[in-house]
Design a protein around this ligand. Structure first.
Ligand SMILES: N[C@@H](CCC(=O)N[C@@H](CS)C(=O)NCC(=O)O)C(=O)O
Length: 289
């Protein structure tokens, strides 16, 4: 494959928006490239998507199968996304909540994208050159690789303001303690160490918030915070269900309804990891705790 010249850098959060910093040119001889002339569409989603009712266009390139969807912006190429592959299943949609958050944002904003799933236990050299930190998700915008789901979703909001997923600053941290509390309980080896109670406490706080301000974090309309929380709540339900026989407590019915509303959205059904992959993805943490 011919060498390609890329720009490497990152966006920095500034009060007045985002700014691209530290540009650098690199040659990526092995990086997969989208050639529109090499693409074709299929009605069968063979790439881990779960929606059969609304088949997603599948892009086949150099033996790889990718997924994306029609863009409302005709004539705009797909946005390239690097996301996590399932553990032990290279090339298949994986179980990263941060990658799913970006995919949810792309889906909710009807942005066409082209995903490549990275085996993070065996990272290809071209990926490490794209993001030396070695983490997914990463997107490519105007020839530059952009990492970190916070940065990526802020950039997508700037580039594609409609439909808006904006949320006021004071609501940005709602529910942010839940993921840590879930992991604390998941790793716990002592049922009386208080980790389950700590998880219940943050869920009860979130339940009270939803009672007063729901059904979503910003009220009637879904927002970026909901899209960040949804994959994490899914991991909580699946991983704790499997490893701890835990279910969402009856004390938090609003949280249950919130989860059901998020998990049944078309965007979520299209981007969610298989439960078996979520379970496998957390195995090392559970065993190694
Ligand atoms: N703060 C980052 C976290 C991303 C992250 O932790 N990604 C994990 C997969 S879920 C990863 O790439 N891990 C590979 C590694 O750390 O080597 C974000 O929001 O994007």
């Amino acid at each position: 494959m011919a060498s390609t010249v890329e720009h490497l850098g990152h966006y920095a959060h500034l009060k007045d928006g985002l700014r691209f910093e530290s540009q650098q040119k690199l040659a990526f001889p092995d990086a997969p490239r989208l050639q529109l002339s090499e693409t074709c569409l299929s009605q069968t989603d063979r790439h881990g998507g779960n929606s059969q009712q609304n088949p997603t266009p599948v892009v086949v390139r150099q033996g790889k199968v990718r997924r994306g969807r029609a863009s409302v912006k005709s004539g705009v190429d797909s946005m390239e996304l690097l996301a996590k592959a399932a553990v032990g299943k290279p090339g298949q949609l994986g179980d990263c909540p941060f990658s799913q958050r970006v995919m949810l944002t792309l889906e909710e904003k009807h942005i066409k994208y082209d995903a490549t799933y990275i085996d993070v236990s065996n990272k290809p050299q071209w990926f490490l050159e794209a993001n030396p930190e070695g983490k997914v998700p990463v997107i490519k915008h105007e020839g530059k690789w952009i990492a970190d789901s916070d940065v990526i979703t802020a950039l997508l909001e700037d580039l594609y303001p409609e439909p808006s997923l904006k949320v006021p600053d004071e609501k940005k941290s709602v529910g942010s303690s839940i993921f840590g509390a879930f992991i604390g309980h998941l790793k716990s080896k002592d049922s009386s160490d208080g980790t389950e109670a700590a998880l219940l406490k943050v869920l009860v706080e979130f339940n009270e918030y939803l009672q007063q301000s729901g059904p979503f974090v910003n009220g009637e309309k879904i927002c970026s915070v909901d899209l960040a929380l949804a994959p994490k709540l899914f991991h909580m339900q699946v991983a704790l269900g499997h490893y701890k026989q835990w279910t969402v407590p009856k004390e938090v019915p609003e949280v249950s309804s919130y989860m059901n509303a998020l998990f049944s959205r078309e965007s979520f059904l299209k981007t969610k990891a298989k439960e078996e992959d979520v379970i496998k993805g957390w195995e090392a943490k559970v065993l190694g705790a």
